[in-house]
Design a protein around this ligand. Structure first.
Ligand SMILES: [Zn+2]
Length: 173
């Protein structure tokens, strides 16, 4: 898929949860592609498109590391989440994407019939953005998201104590 679609989809995923994470998610959403250039530029070796920078398993591990082990302002987690959205978007296309290092087989979602740069690609991106806009709009400026309890904010407002925040901060649903 094109970068504009990758960025739009990642930003749409991040927006309802953490608007501040949108730039990092967008950076992560393009990482599988720009990392190929970095690798070619720095290591001077040809990288086959959509190979090891496009492993879903690797990006899931990056995201999980950020969420569960250690993170800096949520940047690692959202970078990983952004890259995962890249994988799912690419998986809709004819070329497909690999799951991980153990197999070269390309995975296709929903038949993988989307052509990169086609109208269908932009419709998918637009649908994601619309859903995100709806969710953010529904929640209002200081509103309440029915399916996302903002525990961090509750803590900040003194509604819950630290222990409660610690035990709930990963409960996004
Ligand atoms: Zn890609």
């Amino acid at each position: 898929m094109k970068w504009v679609s990758h960025i739009a989809i990642a930003a749409a995923v991040a927006a309802p949860f953490s608007p501040a994470a949108m730039p990092v998610a967008a950076l992560g959403a393009t990482a599988p592609d720009w990392l190929e250039w970095v690798e070619e530029g720095v290591l001077h070796r040809r990288v086959r498109h959509r190979t090891h920078t496009h492993y879903l398993a690797v990006w899931l591990l990056v995201a999980l590391f950020g969420f569960l082990v250690w993170d800096f302002r949520g940047w690692i987690a959202w970078f990983g989440v952004g890259a995962c959205t890249h994988w799912f978007a690419d998986a809709l296309t004819i070329q497909g994407v690999p799951l991980g290092w153990w197999s070269d087989r390309r995975v296709h979602l929903f038949g993988g019939r989307v052509r990169t740069g086609s109208g269908a690609e932009f419709v998918i991106a637009a649908v994601c953005v619309s859903i995100a806009a709806l969710v953010v709009w529904q929640s209002g400026p200081h509103g309440f998201l029915p399916f996302f309890y903002n525990w961090g904010e509750f803590y900040g407002r003194g509604l819950i104590d630290g222990l409660e925040w610690r035990s709930h901060r990963f409960n996004y649903l």
